[in-house]
Design a protein around this ligand. Structure first.
Ligand code: XBP
Ligand code: MG
Length: 240
């Protein structure tokens, strides 16, 4: 009898290197669409990722470097418009098959389904980005494999706040002790821990320089992690 009843996956950086292959180029394409003289490179973007949420990230950048734009009465409306363009560019890249799942992700998800382990998503990205990625990179009906998809503006306080994980647990009607979170970042780890969840970290290209104090396991990827490994990890965690 497994202790583990549900796996709760983060999306960006965890399921796939979506920041490198999707969001960053999509932001830059949206800036061109909106005649903004901005170009985010990988070094800057790694820093900007400390701000979760694409709209919040654009606002933060404007607060740092574009006070003229910030002062405009229609600033919030412009941020939403830029973010909508960015989301369209991101989904277009996903649908063109430009984003592959990280090692072990598809196998673990399929094994969980076969074992009756429930699946959920807890992410900061927009929900349409999640369903597009799952359908394009896993299976056309993959979004339906996830009982709960907690995404984007579902909660006001984004990671590292625990709100999205707490919402997902409420929807699952499960205690944190029966679940395991899988994340790639310090923000995601803090959100999961604050929600009472054990958390496995698989650092990605933009988060491998972060520290993950409190993580229950840190592995480069999930290629050699089985469902039984995760069930045993949760059991050991609960004994402490
Ligand atoms: C990472 C994020 C998101 C993405 C961009 O989410 O912070 O904001 O960078 O997506 P995750 P949006 O919790 O999956 O790691 O522009 O849709 O916010
Ligand atoms: Mg992430």
């Amino acid at each position: 009898m497994k202790t583990l009843k549900a796996l709760i996956f983060d999306v960006d950086g965890t399921l796939a290197e979506t920041e490198r292959d999707g969001h960053l180029p999509a932001f830059n394409a949206a800036f061109v669409d909106h005649a903004l003289p901005w170009v985010w490179d990988a070094e800057l973007y790694e820093r900007l990722l400390n701000i979760t949420g694409g709209k919040e990230r654009i606002r933060h950048y404007a607060e740092m470097l574009a006070s003229d734009l910030l002062a405009r009465a229609d600033f919030d409306q412009r941020v939403r418009a830029v973010h909508q363009s960015k989301t369209a560019h991101y989904i277009s890249r996903v649908e063109r098959g430009q984003i592959a799942l990280r090692p072990g992700i598809a196998e673990l998800i399929r094994a969980a389904r076969q074992a009756g382990i429930r699946l959920a998503i807890a992410t900061t990205t927009a929900p349409e980005n999640v369903t597009a990625l799952l359908a394009a990179s896993l299976a056309p009906d993959a979004p339906s494999w996830f009982e709960v998809i907690g995404a984007g503006d579902r909660v006001a306080a984004k990671k590292p706040a625990p709100d999205i994980y707490r919402w997902v647990l409420e929807q699952l009607r499960l205690p944190a002790a029966a679940c395991l979170a899988i994340e790639d970042s310090e923000n995601g780890l803090q959100a999961a821990l604050a929600a009472g969840l054990a958390c496995v970290i698989t650092p990605g290209e933009f988060t491998c320089r972060q520290t993950f104090a409190g993580a229950h396991r840190v592995v480069s990827d999930l290629a050699t992690t089985s469902l039984d490994d995760l069930d045993e990890l949760l059991r050991q965690t609960l004994k402490k």
